[in-house]
Design a protein around this ligand. Structure first.
Ligand code: URA
Length: 425
């Protein structure tokens, strides 16, 4: 094959053959196909799409570009992936909760890029906690504790690693076949028997509308099924931040509150819905199966959390880093908060230092936003509604810019929006 012929075919809206897809993914991984050629192909896929067969084959080719883990456990294994949101600390509560209910949760995770945070960045705000683990240590912790959240090893889907970095800088992230094959190639290569996908919908998510999110969810479920992985996708709201905390250490603190039976109700609610789906995927769903809501309030999930953090070198009782500067944003009028926009809060937290602009940048663990008032809550004029945490006061003006128009206060209660919008199996 010649790369230019594959690019021309997709440019002209022709389906690619299995052999063309296998060849280009392999040649790109080996550096034989140039970055600019793969960028042109990614743009052609963005504009022309891929059908179900092509998407399945692209996923399979990316899985084959690297190793496949077999994370076996005596308990049924089930993994979770979120397409990324603002204040999405759900994994921190969910992984120990599902383990406390009897499944094994091996979750290999990524770092955040752009305005959506990464689970590893959040956990790394815990003194001593290590994300990098060998496969044998992951397997050992899975057997002993039941839950592991660790960095994906270099050997998992290297084609996706290269392609995702390229898409990120060429305006080619937003394509259902490319997103679906990217997520599923990593998750299938990690070897879990069941997979729950939390597909976020709204301003703070990749997918801004429900039809787009449903299309992605269905593509993800189809690919999972084709590879023998039991897969369910939950569509959940990301038009406003989850919980009150957005950042790294502030989100860990909030997750621990939820693990102790407190914290914001929406975080607990979504965690319990996702836990039920994960347990069902793991086959733990009979009449005698544990109820995740009861397990969460019993403190059993908190105990697993502490074991999980200690097993990875962290001190669950250590004080979390605090920002040098805390700036308050006050309500401009009295009334009910009608809007608190997820994207704006995510960008503000990112600019305060919670996120990174380039893959190699460090994150500021103490940086972030705490939403003192949330959608539907009553506020008085002059009352603090947002708390901006940063170590770098020079970032405050640009964070405040991002928040312009993000909060609106009205006279009437806004309509309640459901948190869980749909479940696709
Ligand atoms: N997350 C991924 O892993 N890949 C994408 O393409 C988008 C989100």
């Amino acid at each position: 094959f010649a790369a230019v012929d594959v690019i021309r075919a997709k440019r002209d809206a022709e389906p690619l053959s299995d052999a063309q897809i296998d060849w280009i993914v392999d040649a790109y991984t080996r550096g034989v196909v140039a970055e600019e050629q793969m960028a042109a192909l990614a743009m052609a896929v963005c504009l022309r799409g891929m059908d179900e067969r092509e998407t399945a084959r692209l996923t399979a080719a990316m899985i084959s570009s690297g190793e496949r883990l077999e994370l076996r456990s005596e308990r049924p294994t089930v993994d979770k992936h979120s397409t990324g949101g603002v204040g999405d600390k759900i994994t921190l509560v969910l992984a120990p909760l599902v383990a406390a209910c009897g499944a094994a949760v091996p979750q290999l995770s990524g770092r955040g890029l752009g305005h959506t945070g990464g689970t590893l960045d959040k956990l790394e705000s815990i003194p001593g906690w290590q994300a990098d683990m060998s496969t044998s240590r992951i397997a050992g912790q899975l057997a002993e504790v039941g839950a592991v959240v660790a960095a994906a090893t270099e050997g998992i889907a290297p084609a996706d690693r290269k392609l995702y970095a390229l898409r990120d800088v060429t305006g080619t992230v937003e394509s259902v076949p490319l997103i679906a094959s990217s997520i599923m190639s990593k998750k299938i290569a990690e070897g879990a028997a069941g997979l729950l996908l939390d597909v976020k919908v709204g301003s703070g998510a990749f997918m801004k509308t429900r039809p787009q999110a449903a299309e992605l969810a269905d593509a993800l479920v189809r690919i999972g099924r084709a590879h023998g992985v039991r897969t369910t996708a939950v569509l959940s709201d990301m038009s406003t931040p989850l919980g009150r905390a957005v950042g790294n250490a502030v989100e860990v603190a909030e997750a621990v509150d939820v693990l102790r039976g407190g914290g914001p109700p929406d975080v607990a609610e979504l965690t319990v819905v996702l836990a039920r789906e994960m347990l069902s995927l793991a086959g733990i769903d009979g009449p005698d199966a544990p109820d995740p809501a009861a397990v969460l309030s019993s403190g059993a999930a908190h105990a697993v959390w502490q074991d999980m953090i200690r097993a990875q070198g962290g001190d669950p009782d250590a004080e979390l880093p605090r920002a040098r500067e805390v700036h308050l944003v006050e309500a401009e009028r009295s009334g009910v908060v009608a809007e608190l926009d997820a994207f704006a809060v995510g960008v503000a937290a990112w600019r305060l230092g919670a996120g990174r602009a380039r893959r190699e940048d460090p994150v500021a663990h103490a940086a972030g936003v705490r939403c003192l008032a949330r959608r539907g809550e009553r506020v008085q004029r002059g009352q603090p509604i947002l708390e901006l945490h940063t170590d770098n006061p020079e970032s405050l003006p640009s964070a405040l810019d991002a928040l312009a128009g993000a909060v609106s206060v009205g006279a009437a209660e806004p309509d309640r929006q459901p948190l869980v919008l749909d479940i696709r199996r």
